[in-house]
Ligand binder design. Structure first.
Ligand SMILES: *Cc1c(COP(=O)(O)O)cnc(C)c1O
Length: 385
């Protein structure tokens, strides 16, 4: 056998499909339908045209400028973009989202997409004797890492209303000195816990238990737990540029946590890949953070479109969860998720369905532009006559 036994046991993640046979409207991978801000485009063009020599040397391994820009953006926007106030290009946090301390660059670690960041976080905090507890239905990359790193995992069923069973999660995590991971808002349900609920969980857990809260979608209407990191030194918030910062192709993700935890993850990074973020991505990410007003407006547009599409699906007789994200999780009696997906695809639109037992009736629809959603409405109307 040529390969290692470790290799033979891998179960890689399967991303949303990217077919090339025709030009589909692609609303199956929770990407943002809007491009990065004009400032990002300008910064990248300037970098390539005027500083090509910087492509010949290694980038800053610690992305210091990017971390300062991320911290600054969080302080200015208050951690949830769709509720931030935008006036004359200036952004101020909604009162309920304001972070009650100053986020500093020492509280930020960044990497090549939050998938890579998560991989280092898993390596840093779990191993074969430190299990993690997660919801039964959540981001399907977590179990992939459990397999990759040989971490025992414990799946806690969701409640009947699709919310997280926080009590059961705490109970199962108690005493194992491992921890808990969940996406908040969760995927693929789109439902979130309030900050007060997460705080209650943290208060009743031991400080030896790590809490990983993945806030990939929080900017579209969830409640961020960044305001809790000063109080809880066992809390790691994971975030990404791929959804609300219109930058899935830039591959940037980050954590916000106590500087000691940031150092731990940095040590893992420096033991695997010293330069995870290339020079162009650092420039692009820094430029994005300098213009949060643009992204706040994009997040508001997506959130408004989501709420209007929610009403449309309800009118058509769908069962839909009230999403705080940039996607909707919905099903309709009499049509399986895979069939709805197929019939929508025949009309040139890609949405996502699941083969996982328990959610196979559902589809997950990413919120696109108004125009894209109008086309999906027409497609669904044809199918559901
Ligand atoms: C999209 C997503 C990610 C991955 O984001 P990248 O930064 O593109 O790797 C992580 N967590 C959740 C819950 C996601 O939905």
């Amino acid at each position: 056998m040529l390969t290692s036994s470790r290799m033979q046991g891998l179960h890689p993640y399967v991303p949303g499909e990217q077919p090339k046979d025709r030009d589909y409207i692609k609303i199956n991978a929770n990407e943002n339908p809007y491009p990065p801000s004009p400032e990002v485009q300008k910064a990248v063009i300037d970098f390539v045209q005027n500083h090509p020599e910087k492509l010949g040397v290694y980038p800053d391994p610690d992305s210091n400028e990017l971390h300062a820009a991320i911290a600054d953006m969080l302080n200015k926007t208050g951690s949830v973009l769709c509720r931030a106030k935008v006036e004359g290009g200036k952004v101020t946090p909604a009162p309920e989202d304001k972070i009650p301390f100053t986020v500093t660059p020492e509280m930020i670690y960044s990497g090549n997409g939050s998938d890579e960041v998560l991989s280092f976080v898993f390596y840093a905090f779990f191993d074969s004797s430190k299990k993690f507890v997660m919801p039964q239905f959540t981001y399907s990359f977590y179990p992939v890492y459990a397999g990759f790193y040989n971490i025992p995992m414990d799946n806690v069923p969701l409640r009947a209303d699709w919310t997280l069973d926080t009590e059961e999660m705490l109970k199962r995590a108690g005493g194992n000195k491992g921890g808990i991971i969940f996406a908040n808002p969760n995927a693929p349900t789109g439902l979130g816990l309030t900050r007060a609920q997460v705080r209650e969980m943290l208060k009743s857990a031991s400080s030896d238990e790590i809490f990983i809260v993945d806030e990939a979608y929080v900017d579209f209407g969830g409640e961020s737990c960044i305001p809790l990191i000063e109080e809880f030194k066992n809390l790691v918030i994971v975030r990404t540029f791929s959804k609300s910062l219109c930058g899935a192709g830039m591959r940037l993700g980050y954590i916000v946590a106590n500087p000691e935890l940031v150092n731990v993850v940095t040590t893992v990074k420096n033991s695997v890949n010293h330069f995870p973020i290339d020079a162009v991505a650092q420039v692009a990410g820094t430029a994005a953070c300098l213009n949060p007003a643009y992204y706040a407006e994009c997040a508001k547009k997506v959130a408004d479109e989501r709420d209007s599409f929610y009403n449309f699906l309800k009118d058509k007789g769908f069962y839909v969860l009230k999403s705080q994200t940039n996607f909707l999780f919905a099903k309709k009696d009499g049509i399986a998720g895979v069939d709805l997906y197929r019939r929508v695809k025949e009309q040139g639109i890609l949405i996502r369905h699941f083969n996982t037992a328990g959610i196979e009736d559902f589809v997950r629809i990413t919120i696109g532009t108004k125009d894209q959603m109008e086309k999906l409405k027409i497609a669904i109307e044809k199918i559901c006559l």
